[in-house]
Structures are given as structure tokens and as C-alpha cells.
Design a binder for this molecule. Sequence first.
Ligand code: ZN
Ligand code: ZN
Length: 257
Amino acid sequence: MHMKSFKILTLLLGFSIIFAACKEDEEPAPNDNSNNTTDEVPAVYKKIYGASEIYLDGDFVVIKTQGIPDHKSPYYKNTQWSDRYEAYNGTNSQFHLNPNRITETNSTYRIPLNPVEVTSGNQSTSLGPMGISLNGVAFFNQYAGPNNQPLTDEINSFDQYNGHPQQAGVYHYHLEPTWLTASKGKNALLGFLLDGFPVYGPEEGGILVQESELDDFHGHKHATADYPDGIYHYHVTATDPYINGDGFKGTPGTITR
Ligand SMILES: [Zn+2]
Ligand SMILES: [Zn+2]
């Protein structure tokens, strides 16, 4: 090898080592959040404390969860989480335990990072997860089954925290997640629907939000503590349709499990 090309090679090698070292410095520093998030994830999503992992993938926020509640439930009966079992102690005299038990479900939600309101052809929600709450539990819609069957009978199987598992053991909330509103506040952010728009509690400024203040999709737009510039958001109410009305205000992302 000529001395000259050897020198160039050494020089190139030196540069690439320096370059590699710089690149390493640019890697986001790990933070001490319990749910595995990176610094590029906006703070509002880090409120989803039940997620096992949260990261950005292009224009989507990817949220991974096992989907089991961090509160007690009669539906933990005879499961590996027997320490989380608690007999029903709610106020519904019609309560009956359904035959399903809570199981872990590895779910991956991909929701738009910058949700956009669509003005026509809004997609309806489907049976199954339509969103994720802060503790990683799924939000389900206002129907018990196909053909828009109302929740009338199913409500009697909701535990003291307003949730229950379906046939595959996926625990979910159709109504206000009272464990979260008790710990975070009646006006707090409770989670997100698949279209990326946030879900808030039943109150605003200490006053119950009325159905009449909400549109057909069960939301409206104004500034919130998490979005000072204003954002469309859903509200949980005590009356049907509870969380979502006629479908997604924005274009939904996906859920895989
Ligand atoms: Zn259900
Ligand atoms: Zn509002």
C-alpha cells in the first residue's frame, strides 16, 4: 500500500471514530420514568403510567400495555394476582360476577401524535378497545354487543371500579373509571381514544359537564391544563353514551393484540 493512501485511510478511520462518538452523545438520555419512555415523547403521554413502553414512530405515539388494572377487583378471583382480589363492595344491588377473569393482554396502541378533526365520514368505534386509560386499561364504547345492544344488563357486571373483563379476559371501562377520577380528579385527563384526542373526567371547574355542551361524538374544544392552546377532547358523563358518541372525531390509529 502506498504511504499516501495509508495516511488517508488512517485519517478516515480517525474521523469515523470521532463521528461515532458524537453520535452516541446525541442519543436521548434515559430518564427515570417507570414506564419506559424516551425524552422525545411529549409529557402528556407520560401520564399513561400503566404503559410498559411509550415511544414515537413517525407521526404516531406507540403505547404498549398488559392491560390489567392497578386496582383491586372481584375479577381477580382465582387468578395469579390473588392479592388484588377484592369482593364486590359497590352500591349496585343487582351486581353479579360474570364468568370471565382478568388476563394480561399484550396490546400495542398506535395513536396519531397530532390528531386532526375530520368533518365528514367519521369512523364509528368498534366493539373492543377504542382507547387507553392512564392505568393501561382499555376504554370500550357504549354497546354490549353487535347491532348497538345497550349496556343495560352488562352494567350489572361492572365491579366497584366500573370495569369488567370480556370473554378473552380483557378488562375494560365503558363508563367513568372511578379509580382514576378518585386519584387524579374529576376534571383530570383520563386517557386517549384511538384518534389521539384526549378523554377528560366528568367535571370542568368543579361543575358537571352536561351532555348538551358536547357534540355528537361526545366532545368539544377548548383549552385544558394539558393543552393550553386548546384541543378537541371527549368527556366522560354519567349518562349514555358515557365516553364516546357517534364515533371518532379524528382518524383513528390502530390497536393490535
Ligand atoms: Zn364490556
Ligand atoms: Zn371540556
